[in-house]
Design a protein around this ligand. Structure first.
Ligand SMILES: CC(C)(COP(=O)(O)OP(=O)(O)OC[C@H]1O[C@@H](n2cnc3c(N)ncnc32)[C@H](O)[C@@H]1OP(=O)(O)O)[C@@H](O)C(=O)NCCC(=O)NCCS
Length: 153
């Protein structure tokens, strides 16, 4: 498709040439962002790395791995100007379908205890808390717990 005519956002594979733009979003929305190498390693490892885009550059992205039968969302982010418009939910549903297609039977993810917006989204979709990882994340004052959430697919 001619990118100039792209009027509806699409989800496509992330390539190494996207990483520079993805990192700009990552640094905008996360206090402790992934590095470019984290994204490049994920692409090279064959993880499911996707971007959301309407024209260029991307405005959202996510990374998922799939083990034997369990999918794991490693990160998901939507640029600040595009948040709360339903795109995070759309991207998650996309990953859920992808995981089902790959025969995964469950999906897990970690979320900071203080990240109520993301946790609301995950609960709304059907994730439930299954564990706490004490002090899992770096924080401004020490460490912060991660809530581990799972959804059966
Ligand atoms: C979390 C994130 C991916 C959600 O994407 P989004 O496009 O903003 O979310 P959506 O518009 O799809 O929201 C869907 C639902 O999530 C919940 N939600 C999303 N953001 C919220 C917020 N800031 N506060 C409360 N609820 C929120 C709501 O329940 C919403 O449903 P509603 O519209 O019916 O009220 C996005 O806000 C983001 O990138 N945040 C910064 C990075 C981050 O926290 N990533 C997740 C790490 S675990």
């Amino acid at each position: 498709m001619n990118r100039l005519l792209q009027t509806t956002p699409i989800i496509r594979k992330m390539t190494p040439s996207d990483v520079e733009e993805v990192i700009l979003i990552e640094r905008e929305i996360f206090l402790f962002p992934w590095s470019p190498v984290n994204f490049l390693d994920s692409i090279n490892a064959g993880y499911h790395c996707k971007v959301l885009e309407q024209d260029h550059p991307p405005f959202g992205y996510g990374v998922m791995t799939i083990g034997v039968d369990e999918a794991h969302i490693l990160t998901i982010g939507i640029a600040a100007n595009w948040q709360k418009k339903g795109w995070g939910k759309k991207l998650l549903h996309y990953f859920i379908q992808l995981a089902k297609d790959e025969k995964a039977t469950s999906m897990i993810l970690d979320v900071r205890e203080s990240n109520h917006g993301a946790a609301n989204l995950y609960r709304q979709i059907g994730f439930e808390q299954i564990a706490i990882r004490k002090g899992y994340y770096p924080a401004m004052c020490g460490r912060e717990d991660a809530i581990v959430m799972r959804m059966m697919l």
